[in-house]
Design a protein around this ligand. Structure first.
Ligand code: PSV
Ligand code: MN
Length: 404
């Protein structure tokens, strides 16, 4: 028996509930998960960066790897870049190279956490000279967007302080606001800037954009092209991320995600591994927002330490697909009935029914129809790509290394 029989049974069950299988499949085929360039190079913790045989050495290798993940899944057609990690002389050539490989360049991320001058902050630095340098880097990245054909500027600031009284928090807030507003003025029409928050690390007393409310306030001050980016690893324990997602969607200010999994802090683990129900909850809010979620950018933000690079990325993309599929088969008619009746557990059971459904046969059918491997992991393991790049690229610690 192949997956086809299981798929047929599931399709019948969904049809009985009034769920259109064609609609579900169409949505799954249109799913778009962006992978990060920094996920293909060597990555590690502040303790150690383990070199990986075949890890991408430069942006060209990263494009090759991202294109391979897209070939395996059909739903990862773009790759985010980080400047200056991925700096090149000719950005138009970079965009063309990506296109030739079958993908596009997605979000452009300026980097404000590696250069010495940003020790005390970037746009919030006590020195006006450093603040100007930070702004110049932002505007450089806006130009990069146009050259590579990207419509997303993705902003994360490592800015903060380590001790109470170290710096004036309101002064920093106003300087940050001024820099963001200025950047917003330079955005190409139709593009967006996404403001990411994180409650701690590398700063340990305060972070200038510590939570979604601060990022949202900044987005409102900047204007309509500014939205909030939710990185699932950037919250305190117990935070209800699905609620934040729902609120921002309703306000029209949810710009995108950085997906990863965490147990303790910003652990950068494979999406949907130790928090699969949380990922499902998030996707349920997105699905239920309908058109309100149409512009949300789904990006993975992971830098693996001990995991094989390509497999880790592949599993991450597939786990997003699984969570999305489960959220698409929630019986909305029944859910609304239960909610209206105030049936607490009846409503919750509708979610559980969808979550407990084995969607793998459905995904296999979708992949078959898309012309990609029905079992991407099995295909990957039987394919020679990893061996090929291991031989061609060898082992190289300095190349593409990122300590996060
Ligand atoms: C910071 O922890 C972060 O989540 C930001 O998105 C960075 O751009 C990314 O990780 C890579 O360091
Ligand atoms: Mn992030």
């Amino acid at each position: 028996m192949t997956y086809t029989d299981d798929y047929k049974r599931l399709a019948e069950k969904l049809t009985t509930k009034g769920i259109s299988v064609d609609d579900v499949k169409a949505k799954l085929k249109a799913q778009h998960i962006e992978t990060p360039s920094w996920g293909y190079g060597n990555g590690g913790t502040r303790f150690k960066v383990f070199a990986w045989q075949g890890a991408a050495r430069n942006i060209w290798d990263k494009i090759e790897d991202a294109a391979y993940i897209h070939k395996l899944t059909g739903i990862a057609p773009s790759m985010a870049i980080h400047i200056p990690w991925d700096k090149v002389d000719d950005y138009a050539a970079l965009g063309q190279k990506a296109k030739a490989a079958g993908i596009s360049i997605g979000a452009v991320n300026p980097n404000f956490f590696q250069d010495d001058q940003y020790k005390l902050g970037s746009l919030t630095n006590p020195s006006a000279t450093v603040r100007e340098e930070a702004l110049a880097h932002m505007l450089e990245c806006v130009e990069v967007m146009s050259k590579v054909g990207s419509d997303l500027l993705s902003l994360w600031f490592a800015d903060g302080t380590n001790y109470a009284g170290q710096d004036s928090i309101p002064r920093r807030k106003r300087d940050l606001e001024a820099g963001l507003i200025e950047t917003h003025k330079h955005l190409p029409p139709g593009s967006r800037m996404l403001i990411e928050y994180k409650f701690f690390e590398p700063a340990f007393y305060h972070t200038d954009l510590a939570d979604w409310g601060m990022a949202y306030a900044m987005a409102l001050k900047c204007g309509p092209q500014a939205q909030v980016l939710v990185d699932t690893g950037h919250h305190a324990q117990g935070t209800n991320i699905a609620h934040i997602v729902s609120f921002l969607l309703d306000e029209g200010r949810l710009g995108g995600f950085h997906f990863n999994a965490r147990r303790y802090a910003d652990d950068d683990l494979i999406v949907g591994t130790n928090n699969p129900f949380e990922l499902f909850e998030i996707y349920c809010e997105l699905v239920q927002a309908g058109e309100g979620a149409k512009d949300v950018a789904y990006m993975i933000d992971q830098s693996h330490n001990i995991e094989p690079k390509l497999e880790a990325m592949l599993v991450s993309v597939v786990n997003c697909q699984v969570a999305y599929a489960k959220s698409l088969i929630v019986d909305m008619t029944k859910l609304r009935q239960m909610q209206a009746a105030g049936d607490v557990l009846g409503a919750q059971q509708v979610y559980v029914d969808a979550y407990e459904t084995d969607v793998r046969p459905l995904l296999m059918q979708v992949r078959e129809e898309m012309g990609v491997p029905v079992d991407p992991m099995a295909f990957y393991r039987g394919d020679g790509y990893a061996k090929k790049v291991a031989e061609a690229r060898g082992i190289n610690l300095s190349a593409g290394s990122a300590i996060q």
